[in-house]
Design a protein around this ligand. Sequence first.
Ligand code: SAM
Ligand code: SF4
Length: 420
Amino acid sequence: MNIADSQTVTAILRRAGYITTDNAGEADVILLNTCAIREHAEERVLGRLSDLARLKSAHPERKLGLLGCMAQHNRAALMKKAPWLDLVAGPDSYRRLPELLANASWDPAVDVRLDRTETYADLSPEYENGVRAYVTVMRGCDKFCAFCVVPYVRGRERSVPAGDILREVHQLAARGVKEIVLLGQTVNAYHYEQIGFGELLRMVAAANGVERIRFTSPHPSDMTSDVIEAMVHEPKVQPYVHLPVQSGSDRILTAMGRGYTTDEYLRLVERLRLAIPDLALSTDIIVGFHSEDEQDFAATLGLMRTVGYDSAFMFKYSVREHTRAFKLGDTVTDVEKSRRLAEVIALQEAISLQLNHALVGREVAVLVERPARRGSGMLAGKTPQFKTALLPEAPAIRPGDTVRARVVSATAHSLVCTLA
Ligand code: SAM
Ligand code: SF4
C-alpha cells in the first residue's frame, strides 16, 4: 500500500516539476513514506531519519519530510524527536505537497488533516515498469478492530470511482502490465454507486491485455457470494485469497472486534474451497493480544492446522495509541510473545513445506517476472496461487510471458521448476 501511495506522491511532485533520483546524496527533497501499524515499523523510521539528519546537517537547504501513517499517528512526538524535519504530511495531504515544500523554508510545514473524500482518483500514479501493478481501489477502513490504528491514520472507508479504476487498468494493460492487483485495506468492502467488489472484478476482467487479476486484503466479513461467484466465473481472477484471521480463539476474536467467529471463518474457507478447488490461502496472525492465554494460543495453532494456509504473515501484538485496545495495555510479556511467534512461524513453515512438496511433479503456469538471483541462471515468476516459481533461463522466455513448467523440488517459500 505504501508503494502505491509513494507512486501517487511521485506523480504529484513530477507534475510540479520535480524529478526522482536513486541517490539520496544528490536529492533536494527526501520524503520518507511511513507505516504506523506496529511500534517496530515506527522505530525503523526514526533510525532512518537520524541517518538522513546527517545529510541534512551537511546541506541545510535540502528538505527532509515524513509522509504517511506515522506522520498522522504521532506528529507531536515526531517533531520533538526529529526537530530537523521540514515537512510532515498525512495520507490525505499529498496534493498539497508542492505547496507544503514551498512553504517549508523557515518553519516545518505540517498537514495531517484527514479527508473523507480524498481518493486521488484523477491522478495516475507513477507506476514502475513491470509485469504486475497495484491499483488502489479504496482507501481507509471503517472496521475499527480493537488493535488497529488504520482507521485513525488513514481515515474512513471510501472507494475510487469505477471509471477511474478502469481507465488506470486500460493504461497499464497498454503498457504491457499483465497482472493487476486491486488494493485496499478491506478491498472487498469496495462500493461505488451500485457497483460492489464482485462487479468491479468482472469489469476489470473485461479489460483486454490484462491476464491475471488479484486483490488484497479482503476482510472475511465482506466476502460475499457475489465476490466468490466473480472469482469462479472470471478465469482471470486468480485462485488465491489472503484472508486475515488474526486469532483462532473466539474469545480473542470478540475482544478484537473482528466481526466473525472461528466457525463462520471456517465455513467461509469451506465455501471458497468448494467453489475454487485449486485455491491457495494465506492469512495474518497476531500473537499475544491483550489477555491471550495458553488456551487461546493453542486455538490459533489448531486453526492454522485445520485450514492449512499456504503462507502467513505473523506478528507480535503491538499496543498502538488511539486504538480501542490501547487502554487495556499489554498482558503478555515480550518474551512470551516471541515464544508464541516462533511457534506459529515454525508451524507455518512446516505446513507451507508440506503443501509445496505435494506439488512436485505437477505442471504449473508461471507468469515470468524477472531474473532470479544474479548468476543463478534462473528466472522468477508466480504461479496462479501466487507461489514463487524458479525456472531455468531460456532465450525465448521474457518477463511477461506465461510458461508451462513442471515442479521438480520445493522449499517452504518457492517451487523449483523445469520447462514442461
Ligand atoms: N485490513 C486487513 C484485515 O483486517 O484483514 C489487514 C490490514 S493491516 C494493515 C495488516 C495486518 O497487520 C493485520 O491483518 C494484522 O495482522 C497486523 N496488525 C495490525 N495492527 C497490529 C498491531 N497493533 N499489532 C500487531 N499486528 C497488527
Ligand atoms: Fe485494521 Fe484491517 Fe481491522 Fe481495518 S479491518 S481496522 S485495516 S485490521
